[in-house]
Design a protein. Sequence first.
Length: 157
Amino acid sequence: MKHTLSILLLLAVLINGTSCARKESSHPVTGDYMVIGMAGGFVAYPVLTYYLINNGQLKMDSTVPYGAIPTDINKFNFNIQCSADKYQLVSDLLNNIPSELLGMDNQSIGNVFPDAGFTDVRASVNGTVYRWRFQADLSGTTSTIQQFVTHARLVFQ
């Protein structure tokens, strides 16, 4: 009887401890710099717009806005200084990178809508460069990721 009771108690703990509810266990991490770009879309010549958040400034890339997306950050030319108001829209992004993204490096996140393109984010965290391609539909992701991407997309306003 005592053995059966112990087994039932163990089963109850296991069943309650493995809930199907999604648990979000992300905390913000701080980045060294961040590049945010809007790319793709189902058009003949997709327009590429990229920004750099670094050293308390927001700068826009001035390279040719059509064609392949540079894989190397040094291929961009971030020489157009953006306004202080525009910088304020995204100034706290570097301090609020969801830690769960660090385990999702170089991934396409969300559901693809070819016509919508994607948001390309690259960030250096403690000297390690991460890259994420956030698709238009993020409904299957955590609310933390959704909030981060919504905030990052403010730069395009």
